[in-house]
Design a binder for this molecule. Structure first.
Ligand SMILES: Cc1ncc(C[n+]2csc(CCOP(=O)(O)OP(=O)(O)O)c2C)c(N)n1
Length: 359
């Protein structure tokens, strides 16, 4: 087993060979055959959810979908590190995390179909709904974490965001506040190399992980296509947070293999050679090679994973197609927690408009 103590943290090479890392290896020493297979299964299901939702958008059944293709290890590895009572604050791309948190496939597309302002009940699964405002979830995660800290509850929060979001004021403010007030939050940046068409090299003059160090926040880079390395790094950060050690920052280096959203054409701004390079580092291929090397792969397991992924995709599809159209005035619900005169005025005006259209 090759030994490695340099960054980014890596526990499994692209060929499926394990790497000996005396710091991060012990953090996943309990990962047995069943857990390794569960990681593979969840990554495959996440990809299947993504493929199905992308197809539904292409068929005109969703307004938009932000694909996660290529980011399965970053999402599933980090989600497996969370405890049930931790709270995840996400961007728009974390369908894989949502699946691990227990979001039903039936609930995953509601917002993207324009059927409601939300997809799922956030408090039920302790994960927020898809958030389009880039970086805002960093503040939400920090505020929630700080409140938990004040109440003395031993939970942590995790904020998922992209490399582009690290240039947002919201993330800068969240880092500053979390560091000063020891908020138990893990900043989990999926550096997928692109913020729509802006490459990460123009986003930051330093490695993304170095940005957190300036705030006094412990920060590491991890191979984001290595599910075990991501699991280890996230566990370490969550343990620190829950124990009162304050925030941490993780830069998971990965790649968005698909478009930014279904409205994007990445061939306009990146080369086929770059994509091919990352396709060779496919995170699902890597854990499959590990399973094969360790004698944990057989056709029965493979078949069971396909059946599970197909079942989830079928549930997602039929629920999407079966969603009843909402009553139009619901558009104005939940804008504020309490009634607001301007919203009520807009609600009445819209109702009058619809009446005029219909008569
Ligand atoms: C506050 C704000 N500014 C700009 C946008 C437009 N926008 C949507 S996604 C995006 C890029 C985000 O890139 P990154 O943070 O790297 O995440 P990724 O999409 O790669 O997961 C931008 C600029 C937005 N939604 N919100």
């Amino acid at each position: 087993m090759p030994e490695k103590n340099t960054y980014p943290v890596q526990l499994v090479q692209p060929d499926g060979c394990r790497v000996l890392d005396k710091i991060y290896g012990p953090l996943v020493a309990d990962v047995d055959a069943d857990r390794l297979r569960a990681l593979f299964t969840d990554m495959t299901v996440a990809r299947r959810i993504d493929t199905e939702a992308t197809a539904l958008q292409r068929q005109g059944q969703l307004g938009l979908w932000p694909p996660l293709l290529g980011q399965e290890a970053a999402q599933i590895g980090s989600a497996h590190a969370l405890h049930a009572d931790d709270y995840a604050f996400c961007s728009y791309r974390e369908a894989g995390v949502a699946y691990c948190r227990g979001v039903r496939p039936e609930d995953m597309t509601r917002l993207w179909r324009g059927n409601a302002h939300y997809c799922w009940d956030a408090d039920e699964v302790r994960m927020t709904n898809p958030n389009i405002v880039v970086g805002a979830q960093g503040l939400h995660a920090t505020g929630y974490a700080y409140a938990a800290h004040l109440e003395g509850s031993e939970i942590a929060t995790i904020a998922y965001f992209g490399d582009g979001a690290t240039s947002q004021g919201d993330i800068a403010e969240a880092l500053g506040f979390a560091a000063s007030w020891s908020a138990p939050v893990v900043f989990f940046c999926q550096n997928n190399h692109w913020a729509i068409s802006a490459p990460v090299r123009v986003q930051s003059a330093t490695p993304i992980a170095a940005r957190a160090l300036g705030y006094g926040i412990p920060s590491i880079q991890v191979d984001g296509n290595d599910v075990l390395a991501v699991l280890a790094a996230t566990r370490q950060a969550l343990i620190r947070a829950r124990a009162g050690g304050g925030p941490s920052f993780i830069e998971a280096i990965t790649y968005r293999m698909g478009p930014h959203t279904t409205a994007d054409d990445p061939t306009r701004y990146r080369t086929a050679a770059e994509l091919e390079l990352w396709q060779r580092r496919d995170p699902i291929d890597r854990i499959r090679r590990l399973l094969e090397r360790e004698g944990l792969w057989d056709s029965d397991f493979q078949q069971a994973v396909v059946v599970r992924a197909d079942e989830v995709a079928a549930r997602l599809r039929s629920a999407t197609l079966g969603m009843a159209d909402p009553e139009p005035s619901r558009l104005f619900d939940h804008v504020y927690a309490t009634p607001h005169p301007l919203i009520e005025e807009e609600r009445r005006a819209y109702a009058a408009h619809l009446e005029g259209v219909q008569s």
